[in-house]
Design a protein around this ligand. Sequence first.
Ligand SMILES: Nc1ncnc2c1ncn2[C@@H]1O[C@H](COP(=O)(O)OP(=O)(O)O)[C@@H](O)[C@H]1O
Ligand SMILES: [Mg+2]
Length: 403
Amino acid sequence: AALAGVRGGSADVAAGSGAALRWSDLSLRIEGSDGKKDKVVLQRCFGEAAPGRLTALMGPEGSGKTSLLSALAGEAAAGKGVRLEGRVAVNGCRSGESTYGYVKKQDLFYAQMTVRETLMFAARHRLPRGVTLEEKHAIVDELLIKLELAGVADAIVGGKESKGGISGGEKKRLSIACELIGDPKILFLDEPTSGLSAAEAELVVESLRTLAEGGCTILCVLHEPSSRVFSMFDDLVLLTPQGEPAYAGSVEAMPEFFNSVGHAFPNDTCPGEVAMGLVNIPFEGTELEVESAARVAAIVKAARRKIAPRMPLMGRRRVITNNPLRRRVNAIVESTRKKQAGDGGFRARVAAIVEAARNKLSLATRRRKAVAAIVEAARNKLSLATRRRKAVAAIVEAARNKL
Ligand SMILES: Nc1ncnc2c1ncn2[C@@H]1O[C@H](COP(=O)(O)OP(=O)(O)O)[C@@H](O)[C@H]1O
Ligand SMILES: [Mg+2]
């Protein structure tokens, strides 16, 4: 009965239509080139993320959070010399077919597009051909409301400094909206609150809460969250500096687990902060470092013994390859990145064409005006000649009369 709460939302997982994500024995190794030693990034990690719940992924810098997220999203094995092994399952079955979105750390937009255009662009690329334009517009409108972006729908996204563009929090919510276009069951996010003000970070996580309550499974890397942000999460997956599992389960049951391995868990401090403190190993070359390393090793051992068996997975440990669906989306993102790096995006190109056309037009206008002036001058000269001719004629007439 002890640690009964550790498994968090697993009970409602089986009943609902959501996607319960689970992984175990997940290891990621990067083969060293030129005789260098292999780098072990993840060491037999386990954990789960349940629908309807917000799961935080935390650990010190370089502990493998981004790598774990990519591995679960089927993207980690992209490079040569990367070996990913273990078990990953959705609702007990091998993942792969399950749809998911992956909000990377860096937002990637055409700076000159509006929020709505950005979403339409994503809709055109990510939705199957069978979806009509009206349906795409409807999906975009719905997402604008869902992520509270309706107010800035027609604003230009803007560049990095967001000069004249939307705010950092709005950009992050736009990234999330783009990933939600295919209505994924699982959403991965890498540090979506980093670089945002406290208020913006809370708005982003509130959006995630709403999504989770709608049945989405959310695994979100958090870096130094405020206690308010952390308090919005239900579950925590914690990694050690060496990419080992230190905890996986509900935030609620965390004190119980750490108490059971001999660590006080003060209840007046943010639990996320306490947990991070317990897995931290200072690089000092002092006794403190040795002591911390021993503490972390004991925590990992306890987690493997007490928590891992509560998250069993059937089947063999296997080598995991990339998700083919993801490859397509990545190709699009990559080409976008290239285009943007090249010349500031297609908006800029359109602007250049319009500018050139405008110049040509004005040249034509100037030419037309010049011709008009010449014609006018010619007309004037003609009329002068006519008047002269008339004057001469009048003189001639008068002379004739006198004669
Ligand atoms: N493609 C790679 N090649 C070499 N080392 C890598 C690669 N990807 C990640 N690593 C290493 O794996 C470790 C974990 O990285 P990462 O997942 O980015 O950590 P975190 O997101 O927790 O900061 C780091 O030491 C990093 O240098
Ligand atoms: Mg990272």
